[in-house]
Design a protein around this ligand. Structure first.
Ligand code: NAD
Ligand code: UDP
Length: 307
């Protein structure tokens, strides 16, 4: 079962699991996901699509749960922050309850946001982070942190087999064109000849991972021994400033858009880069294989078709 299976990452994961011969149930409330993302899977006998909100309990006999349900882009998770935290916390409780009842393994899609605006760079899993508990990003960051706590407590208290991955900024086809994330924004702006909007001075950094590399890491994590719970970072250590990203998107699209500077949103992390030593060691030598330039080219092709 994949919660949030009609979203950007979930749709790639459903396809991968079906291709490997699994039966897949996709649970989604279609807040940020869409049937378009999973249209190629509808009609496959091994695929079931269920409209369901994870803040309510759900029961099904399943072996594995990938818990991805949660809006991930700042404009979407800040649209209804109370709902966002309910989705993370009540969704985790409901899915962990299900995993406990049917003895399923369950993987949590956590995030690099648990490190907040980090003082330790690159981020290692043992770093507890620097998160503002009362800011505009807190509904997402603290919701995800609480979900990690719940996962660990269900594991310690009820022996539920859990896996926690901390995903760093991921991009690729099926991203929502209007979700406001930097990669989709810059590409859409470049393709339409609109101004490229850099927030702040553009010197903040992110490390961008192509979605195929993430899916490979996720599936490998689910197959690790039961005694390995994580959390484990899954990301691409290549670190870029937003200015570098904007220039690369302009070059790859051949666009003549201008770069303009807009105010930096509150609590926007200054830097972010994963240390992936643990993932390399525990996930059979897993490491990212798609460069930013290759991944952007594939994503640009996807958005060009949409435009
Ligand atoms: P997305 O917004 O495309 O997908 C989230 C999916 O969850 C959507 O299909 C949405 O409709 C669904 N959803 C939201 N609330 C729900 C609810 N209450 N009940 C049922 N379904 C619900 O985002 P994504 O980028 O695919 O992210 C998937 C997961 O990965 C999220 O949990 C996110 O926090 C995590 N993550 C993503 C990134 C990234 O860079 N994309 C980074 C870190 C973590
Ligand atoms: N950003 C930007 N212009 C945009 C959208 C985002 O400069 O049009 C910046 C944003 O301020 C942040 C970085 O790009 O510093 C990554 O933003 P995103 O929302 O993609 O991810 P997150 O901040 O959650 O890592």
């Amino acid at each position: 079962m994949v919660t949030g299976g009609a979203g950007f990452i979930g749709s790639h994961l459903c396809r991968r699991l079906l291709n490997e011969g699994n039966d897949v149930i996709c649970l989604d409330n279609f807040f940020t996901g869409s049937k378009e993302n999973i249209r190629p899977l509808i009609g496959n006998d091994h695929f079931e699509l269920v409209r369901h909100d994870v803040i309510n309990p759900y029961y099904a006999e399943v072996d594995e749960v990938y818990n991805l349900a949660c809006p991930a882009s700042p404009i979407h998770y800040q649209y209804n922050p109370i709902k966002t935290i309910k989705t993370s916390v009540m969704g985790a409780i409901n899915m962990l309850g299900l995993a406990k009842e049917v003895r399923a393994k369950i993987l949590q899609a956590s995030t690099s946001e648990v490190y907040g605006d980090p003082f330790i760079h690159p981020q290692i899993e043992s770093y507890w982070g620097n998160v503002n508990p009362i800011g505009i990003r807190s509904c997402y960051d603290e919701g995800k942190r609480c979900a990690e706590t719940l996962f660990m407590d269900y594991h310690r208290q009820n022996n539920v087999r859990i896996k926690i991955i901390r995903i760093f900024n991921t991009y690729g086809p099926n991203m929502h064109p209007q979700d406001g994330r930097v990669v989709s924004n810059f590409i859409m702006q470049a393709l339409r000849g609109e101004d490229i909007t850099i927030y702040g001075d553009g010197m903040q950094t992110r490390s961008f991972q192509y979605v195929d590399d993430l899916i490979e890491g996720m599936v490998r994590m689910m197959q690790t021994d039961d005694d390995f719970t994580g959390p484990v970072n899954i990301g691409n250590p290549g670190e870029f400033t937003m200015l570098e990203l904007a220039e690369m998107v302009l070059r790859l699209t051949g666009s003549h858009s201008r770069i303009v500077f807009k105010p930096l949103p509150a609590d926007d992390p200054h830097q972010r880069q994963p240390n992936i030593d643990l993932a390399r060691e525990k996930l059979g030598g897993w490491q990212p294989t798609v460069t930013l330039e290759d991944g952007l080219n594939r994503t640009i092709d996807y958005f060009r078709n949409l435009v």
